[in-house]
Design a protein around this ligand. Structure first.
Ligand code: AQP
Length: 327
C-alpha cells in the first residue's frame, strides 16, 4: 500500500476547515493506504504557547482524530516530539535548505507580520521540519488543505536536491493530495481569509466542539451580502463559502442546492446549514467525550503509534547520516 502522512498543530480549537480540508479526507480513504497521522507539537512551539495548554491540546487533538473516525486498525497516530528523529533530521536538513527558498514561504511572512514581537528562528525553519516529518516515512501522499500546497512543494524540492547531490534515492518524492472542493474553507467573518485556529475572533470559525447554540449564533452572524440570492458566485465569497460547507455536508450538486433554496432568503438557508452542522458534529462530540475521559487508553494509543512508526524514522535518519558521512 502507498504511504500517507499528514498532521495538525495542537495550537487551539480544531475547526471545520481542518475537518473538511483534512481530517474527513483522511478518514474517507484510510482503508486504501498505510497511514501515519501526527500531532505536530514541535511545530506548535514556533509561536508562544502555554505549557499546560500545549499538553492538553495534544490530548484533545488525539481524541478528536479518533472521534472523527480515524481507526487504529488502518492508522498510526502519534505525537511528533515522541519520535526524536524529527528534530534531529530537521537540523540536518536545515543545512541542506537554501535560505532563499525559506524567504519565499508565504505562511512565514503572514505569521511574522501578525506576531512581530515573537518571530523566532523556529518559525522561519518550520517548512524544513515539516519536510522532515514527511520524508522520514518515505511518504507517497500528503493529504492537506490548499494552504499547505507551498509546503509540500518545498518538501519535494528539498528531497530532490538531496537525492541529486548524493546521486542516491534516499527520499521518496511525496505528492500533495488536495481536493477540488473544501480545500479552503474561509473565515465566517472575513471570507477573503481562510478559516484558521489562530484567528483572534472566535466567531470567524466553527470549532468541532462548539455547542449547537454557538453554531447557530455563528452561522447567523456569518458575513453574506445584500443581494439575498442563495447561489454559488465567486463575486460573493461569503454566501459561496457557506454554500460550499453545505455542499460538503450534504453531498448534493450545486444546482440541486440552488434549486432547493430558490426564492428563499439567507435566513432559511442558514437554518438548514445550522441543522446539518449540528447533525454532523453531534456524534463527533459524543465520541470525543468518551475518548477524552479515558486518558489511559488515549496515552496507550499514542505510545503504540510512536513505537510503530519509529523504526521507519530511524532507518531513514540513519541512511541520511550514512550518506553524508555522520555517525
Ligand atoms: N480553512 C481551511 N480550509 C481547509 N483546510 C484547512 N486546513 C487548515 N485550515 C483550513 C488544513 O488543516 C490541516 C491542519 O492545519 P494547521 O494545523 O496549520 O491548522 P490551521 O487552522 O491553519 O492552524 P493555524 O495555527 O491557525 O495556522 P495558520 O495561521 O497557518 O492558519 C492542514 O492540512 C491544513 O491544510
Amino acid at each position: 500500500k502507498k504511504r500517507v502522512f499528514s498532521g495538525i498543530q495542537p495550537t487551539g480549537n480544531i475547526h471545520l476547515g481542518n475537518y473538511l480540508g483534512a481530517i474527513r479526507n483522511w478518514v474517507g480513504a484510510q482503508d486504501q493506504y498505510d497511514n501515519i497521522f501526527c500531532i505536530v507539537d514541535l511545530h506548535a512551539i514556533t509561536l508562544p504557547i502555554n505549557a499546560k495548554e500545549l499538553h492538553q491540546n495534544t490530548r484533545k487533538l488525539a481524541a478528536l482524530y479518533l472521534a472523527c473516525g480515524l481507526d487504529t486498525r488502518y492508522c498510526n497516530l502519534f505525537v511528533q516530539s515522541h519520535v526524536h528523529e524529527h528534530a534531529e533530521m530537521s537540523w540536518i536538513m536545515n543545512c541542506y535548505t537554501p535560505m532563499g527558498w525559506l524567504n519565499r514561504m508565504t505562511q512565514f511572512k503572514t505569521k511574522a507580520d501578525e506576531n512581530p514581537e515573537s518571530v523566532n528562528t523556529g518559525l522561519y525553519c518550520y517548512p524544513v521540519l515539516m519536510a522532515c516529518d514527511i520524508l522520514l516515512y518515505q511518504t507517497h501522499y500528503v493529504p492537506v488543505g490548499d494552504d499547505q500546497r507551498q509546503h509540500v512543494e518545498i518538501t519535494r524540492d528539498i528531497a530532490q536536491r538531496f537525492n541529486s547531490l548524493y546521486k542516491k534515492r534516499v527520499f521518496t518524492l511525496p505528492e500533495a493530495q488536495i481536493r477540488d472542493t473544501g480545500a479552503r474553507i474561509m473565515s465566517l467573518e472575513n471570507p477573503s481569509k481562510k478559516m484558521s485556529k489562530s484567528d483572534p475572533n472566535p466567531a470567524s470559525r466553527i470549532n468541532l466542539l462548539d455547542e449547537p447554540k454557538v453554531i447557530k449564533q455563528k452561522i447567523a452572524r456569518a458575513t453574506t451580502d445584500s443581494l439575498r440570492l442563495v447561489a454559488f458566485d465567486p463575486e460573493r465569497p461569503g454566501i459561496t463559502n457557506l454554500l460550499t460547507i453545505y455542499q460538503m455536508l450534504t453531498g448534493q450538486p450545486e444546482q440541486e442546492i440552488e434549486a432547493e433554496f430558490a426564492g428563499k432568503g439567507y435566513g432559511d438557508f442558514k437554518a438548514a446549514l445550522t441543522d446539518r452542522l449540528v447533525a454532523t458534529l453531534e456524534p463527533i462530540q459524543r465520541r470525543y467525550n468518551e475518548y477524552i475521559n479515558d486518558m489511559v487508553s488515549l496515552e496507550g494509543i499514542l505510545k503504540q503509534g510512536a513505537d510503530r512508526v519509529r523504526p521507519q524514522a530511524t532507518a531513514t535518519l540513519n541512511r541520511v547520516k550514512e550518506v553524508i558521512g555522520l555517525g
